[in-house]
Write a protein that binds this ligand. Structure first.
Ligand SMILES: [Zn+2]
Length: 269
């Protein structure tokens, strides 16, 4: 910070410094102070914006998923399916989970938001993204006992310092009142990144990678669980998580993600 910095620049610089060094509650407080000191910026393109969230230009580029969609996979459909009718994908390759829902399609703006939250420490995006998820998953959350974020392996969690799915789950918890149980599901095997793997390789990569801790089995038994993740691509990760939770006698496992790849052939991550 230069000696000629204006008082407001000094305050802003100081808060930014505090934000970079603080975590948890202190980070939250610093973020609140920063929000007061600075005009709100679009979470995707950083242009000034009225209110919070994304600017009109970025908002227009987001594809919010709305009915009609497959009642099981949540894949958008071009026509309203009849009662109980499922998409071809749900029939030919049924997942272990009961239902999946996503707030948006995984496209350019969605990818910017997901990458910022995941790799750039932008935990301030979680409240907005979580709010959209809570709306998309209202039916699932209304019937849920507990939310479980897809866990990172402890080594990756340690290097990244926080789990982006956990940040989204905490935001949805504030919206919906459904409790988050973050320590129940463990990633017991470090897996290769799913990027660049085929559908079958993705499934093999995460098979047996998740387990419910023995001490946590009673927290899951007979409960309706909503799994929380940032992106759903082939569904292999959430499927492996769902299998682990069902083995621990969960009554039902649903999935709620921020963004889903609608056509995996056209939109690789
Ligand atoms: Zn924008």
């Amino acid at each position: 910070m230069g000696a000629d910095a204006s008082p407001s620049q000094s305050i802003t610089g100081h808060l930014r410094g505090a934000l970079n060094t603080c975590r948890g509650a202190w980070s939250h407080i610093a973020r609140l102070a920063l929000d007061i000191a600075l005009p709100a910026l679009c979470v995707a393109c950083r242009e000034p914006v009225d209110g919070e969230g994304v600017c009109a230009k970025c908002w227009a580029k987001l594809s919010f998923i709305a009915p009609p969609f497959c009642p099981k996979l949540g894949i958008p459909l071009v026509y309203e399916p009849g009662s109980g009718m499922l998409s071809m994908e749900a029939i030919s390759d049924p997942p272990a989970y009961a239902r999946a829902r996503a707030a948006v399609r995984y496209d350019d703006v969605a990818r910017t938001l997901v990458h910022a939250l995941k790799y750039q420490d932008r935990t301030d995006l979680a409240p907005t993204m979580g709010r959209w998820m809570a709306r998309a998953g209202r039916e699932l959350l209304d019937q849920a006992d507990v939310m479980i974020p897809v866990p990172l392996h402890w080594r990756r969690g340690w290097s990244r310092r926080y789990n982006q799915s956990g940040a989204l789950a905490r935001s949805i918890e504030r919206q919906s009142g459904v409790r988050v149980a973050a320590e129940v599901l463990r990633r017991v095997r470090q897996t290769q990144q799913q990027i660049g793997l085929s559908r079958s390789q993705r499934a093999a990569n995460v098979q047996g990678a998740f387990r419910v801790a023995t001490v946590s089995q009673s927290e899951i038994q007979g409960r309706r669980v909503v799994l929380i993740d940032d992106v759903l691509t082939s569904g292999a990760t959430v499927d492996a998580c769902a299998r682990a939770l069902l083995r621990a006698k969960a009554a039902q496992v649903d999935v709620l993600v921020f963004a889903r790849v609608v056509d995996t052939h056209k939109a690789p991550i």
